[in-house]
Design a protein around this ligand. Sequence first.
Ligand code: PMP
Length: 445
Amino acid sequence: LTEHNARHVWHPMAHPAEMRANPPTIITGGEGAEIIDIDGKRLLDGVGGLWNVNLGYSCDAVKHAITTQLNELPYYSAFRGTTNGPLIELSVALAEFFGPDGMVRSFFTSGGSDSVETALRLARQFHKINGQPERTKFVSLKKGYHGTHFGGASVNGNQNFRRAYEPLLPGTIHLAAPYAYRNPFNTDDPKLIADAIIRQFADEIAFNGADTIAALIMEPVLGAGGVIVPHESLMPGLRTLCDKNGILLIADEVITAFGRTGAWSGSRLWGVQPDMMCSAKAITNGYFPFGAVMIGSRIADAFEADRTAMGSIGHGYTYSGHPVGAAAALACLTETIKQDLPTNAAARGVELLDGLNDLQARHPIIGDVRGKGLMCALELVANRDDKTPAGKDVVGKVYQGAYDAGVMIRTSGNNIILSPTLIISKADVARILDALDAGLKSAHN
Ligand code: PMP
């Protein structure tokens, strides 16, 4: 199996030689907050699949909704002439659920990259409807991750994800990351860093001209960049500048929507109403590929009022509004509300962060601890004084040590990422911390 895997499967972000030298684990089962590997070893899933499996692996309500819908109607397109019941019900539920974020309508996709691409396209189209066709540029944050499509890759704040695909969209502006541990501002004070980024945005608006900028896109808490939690003033400050300058704010909530940070959405966490919210991942918890862009009334009304060809969305996906995906999403939303998962994420998140800080006091290779709700990271260093990132071998030992102790964690560069399911208990948090402790100890030796 390992050789077949290395020969015939292209894994994201991995070289075939690496897959041979260090074969991936075959996962064969999942139950509750645990997964099971091919040897029958049970692991507490410390990463919730890929930040998405909030409800765990045996949510009967979701499985039931999917199988019922599969039996009734496995697929029909939801383009212009046809629609389906689950899709309509889901749209109503999302509008209600994300009403406090100002969202009124949804456009459905098959995942996060599609959602980002859709939002970027709608932003330009909105300005064209408003007679400002020259508003074409996008602004984003360094260390932000916005998926793989050409628009998303252009606003991506990590050069490694862009280099091989350039030239990308011209005129994309990257503001600094709100990264207190390392930054160009000579401070580790998150508030001062937020102030500096807001000033940077104001400078870029002045330099480029407000009337050239379509939108700012940002993750309320940056995920793939290493779980970077900005100061609470950052997103509101950027929103204010967007408002003053006619720039749209797109919240990329692919990770943060549906409770992961302890709030129902990342935008709500910071008290901001964006113009659009990109979602995917936990919308269906991994039970079906699905995504949605939620759209605020300013944009929805402008499209509604425009009766030319410009007033219609100029693209769609074969699987936009897939009835099985919609049924899965509706069941996930209902369960998330019923189980009040954001409240559990907030409570368990505090315990996890406290525990990680304790680990930092005992393990000098932990340079930084970050987190909000059940979205946490440890940054490993070779040396705390000069913050030299820990090598791959050290990070690999921590991963293997935690695995041997029965917990799946994820490594990303010199970061350890923790994003467990939102159904975990206090005892599960202790299990994650014990396994990490074991992994960190093995890395010292
Ligand atoms: N935006 C963010 C914030 C993400 O974290 C991701 C995926 N990790 C994406 C977009 C892209 O989503 P997908 O992988 O479903 O295309």
